[in-house]
Design a binder for this molecule. Structure first.
Ligand code: G3H
Ligand code: ZN
Length: 275
């Protein structure tokens, strides 16, 4: 089937009070593994291409891979640009056939984020592409993005932002962080509930790796409809490679990496889908 846009799959998640996984893709074996998990669970999947993959020059390659995966997939597939702060990069992604883009202006001034987000929404929606925005920069380091300032989203900013920006999804900082957490995450669920209560668009939780299952389930119950996971998938891939690295069968090593990613993705989907 053709690629699906983000709003469509998050609307489905809202109906079932579940969350859709946004898995960053970096390679063919890993993509095959997470697609196997999504199809086995009959769960829509968001294939996210992040800034590290783009810096490696893989934006067009991975977009072609995702499109081909969608054509043969039994579940809806979204091709999503992750954490872009460049209008030009977003326009390029739209030209490459992305069905969803994230404009991340959370590291700059609120007014700049609001203005640029409106620009991106106008352009992307004109092309039938969904838009995710962000308020409250996600802590941690990921794909070369490093944020150390407190990331608890300002509720007054949320109220002002959603009054003016018609985005399809909104990532909010509630104590979540990219990468592996140094201690148990301390998520501000009351703040998340307040975002939900003020009628925010579909809410997104970044930094999904390392968040305990009970916290993920509580966030989904409150209203998180998209959860991003990258680090745990990449670590699973490396673990799979290491487990088979002594084999002299090259493809057996890649299959071990694929299987390790599949198992990790299947576990995330189990939780996100409320099973
Ligand atoms: O945008 C990507 C995600 O927020 C991934 O976060 O690597 O902590 O799972 P994670
Ligand atoms: Zn993120």
């Amino acid at each position: 089937m053709a690629l699906t846009d983000l709003k469509t799959v998050l609307d489905m998640a809202e109906q079932t009070k579940t969350a859709i996984p946004a898995f960053n893709i970096d390679s063919i074996p890993a993509t095959e593994g997470l697609m196997e998990a999504a199809e086995a669970a009959e769960c829509p999947v968001i294939l996210a291409i992040g800034q590290a993959a783009i810096k490696e020059g893989r934006m067009a390659y991975l977009a072609d891979l995702a499109r081909r995966v969608a054509e043969s997939s039994r579940v809806p597939v979204v091709l999503h640009l992750d954490h872009s702060s460049s209008y030009e990069q977003i326009v390029r992604a739209i030209g490459l056939g992305f069905s969803s883009v994230m404009y991340d202006g959370s590291h700059g001034a609120f007014e700049d984020n609001l203005r640029e987000s409106k620009n991106v929404v106008r352009t992307a929606h004109a092309a039938g592409v969904s838009v995710e925005c962000e308020l409250g920069a996600i802590l941690g380091v990921e794909d070369g993005m490093k944020h150390e300032r407190p990331n608890l989203v300002d509720l007054n900013e949320v109220r002002a932002f959603i009054a003016e920006v018609d985005c399809d999804a909104l990532a909010v900082g509630i104590g979540n962080a990219h990468g592996i957490y140094k201690s148990t995450p301390n998520l501000d669920f009351d703040r998340l509930q307040a975002c939900r209560d003020m009628g925010a668009p579909h809410l997104v939780l970044h930094g999904g790796s390392g968040i305990p299952e009970d916290m993920l389930r509580r966030a989904i119950t409150i209203g998180i409809r998209k959860i991003n996971v990258a680090t745990e998938l990449r670590l699973a891939y490396l673990e799979g490679l290491r487990s088979a690295i002594t084999s002299d069968d090259f493809y057996a090593v890649l299959r071990a990496a694929r299987e390790s990613v599949r198992a990790t993705a299947a576990d995330k989907i189990r939780i996100f889908q409320g099973r």
